[in-house]
Ligand binder design. Structure first.
Ligand code: NAD
Length: 307
């Protein structure tokens, strides 16, 4: 059997062993692939999830599995979590990680949660002497499995430096966004912009068609004019136009409308708390709320069908 340590990109040429013992909590659609990539990079991964199915898949991917989070975090160098929401993240960290993982461990929450809870959990970790970062991701299930996520990281510089080698094994870019909570801030501002941009792109294609323009002709013009944007040239909501995207597969796969709605709700909550004016973000939230009510599993570009 091949020695994983020898194959590890983290094993240095001078023989220094940089493999780590990492607890991974939350092995769902995203976390399952991310934990598998940590194993591939030569780390020992101690996995925990409430779902037996997720645990069994993690075991097949080479993780050691545990029946609770407290056991999983024993003796680790780092803890990574990929959980559904802020309430669960707070419960897991304050109940089973802080005070149970070694104090030298680096705590890394990759879930998408609200900025306020991210800062609250980081404060609780700091009070006990831990380094902690919030590191939400850009990229979906395929990027999680392929190790090509982008991480936006909030936390002090020394915490970022400690988290960076762990995150690099799961992604293509790891960017320091500033202090605790700033990773979440970057994520929700980016996704609010994406939602607004997608609705704008969908509106422009729909109106162009009503005015008698062929969608491909409109694409050829707008993609080299000032209306050009990512939603048009990388993820066009019109089937058969632009590169391959979920619109070519009846809006299946991609980034679920329900997850876009989750991010827009977090963005509007943050806007309210910070006093930011986001009229278009608010409108995008309303439109995605209506669309996701019956189409939550469809890709978010499917919103074009409502216009
Ligand atoms: P998921 O529901 O597939 O996975 C979440 C996992 O957490 C589940 O396996 C669940 O059993 C587990 N879990 C819940 N409570 C737990 C607890 N107390 N202890 C241990 N495990 C627990 O969700 P996902 O799609 O993997 O998303 C995870 C996070 O990533 C979310 O915050 C989401 O917003 C974010 N995200 C998802 C995508 C995507 O495309 N799916 C993209 C970017 C970011």
């Amino acid at each position: 059997m091949q020695d994983r340590r020898a194959a590890s990109p983290l094993a240095t040429t001078n023989g220094e062993d940089t493999n780590m013992k990492i607890a991974f909590i939350g092995l769902g659609n995203m976390g399952g692939g991310m934990a598998a990539n940590l194993v591939k990079a030569g780390h020992s991964v101690r996995a925990f999830d409430l779902s037996e199915e997720a645990l069994s898949a993690a075991k097949d991917a080479g993780c050691q599995t545990f029946s609770n989070a407290r056991e999983a975090v024993e003796g680790v160098d780092a803890v990574v979590s990929m959980l559904p929401n802020g309430e669960i993240v707070k419960k897991v960290y304050t109940g089973d990680v802080i005070g149970h993982a070694p104090h030298a461990a680096t705590l890394i929450d990759c879930s998408t949660i609200d900025v306020a809870t991210a800062r609250e959990v980081a404060d609780a970790a700091h009070a006990e002497g831990y380094k902690m970062v919030d590191a939400p991701v850009s990229g979906g299930i395929a990027a999680a499995a392929g190790g090509t996520l982008t991480f936006m990281v909030g936390g002090e510089k020394h915490a970022f430096d400690a988290a960076e080698p762990v995150l690099s094994a799961m992604g293509k870019a790891v960017i320091h966004a500033g202090d605790a909570g700033n990773g979440q801030a970057a994520k929700i501002c980016n996704n609010m912009l994406l939602a607004i941009q997608m609705i704008g792109t969908a509106e422009a294609f729909s109106m162009a068609q009503k005015l008698g323009l062929d969608p491909q002709t409109f694409y050829d013009i707008s993609s080299v004019s000032s209306g050009q944007c990512w939603s048009m040239t990388s993820y066009c909501p019109v089937p058969g136009v632009g590169p391959q995207s979920p619109s070519d597969n009846e809006y299946k796969g991609g980034f679920a409308a329900a997850l876009m709605l989750k991010d827009l709700k977090l963005a509007m909550e943050a806007a309210k708390r910070s006093g930011a004016s986001t009229p278009l973000g608010g409108h995008a939230r309303e439109l995605y709320e209506k669309f996701a009510a019956d189409n939550g599993a469809l890709d978010f570009s499917g919103i074009i069908k409502t216009l």
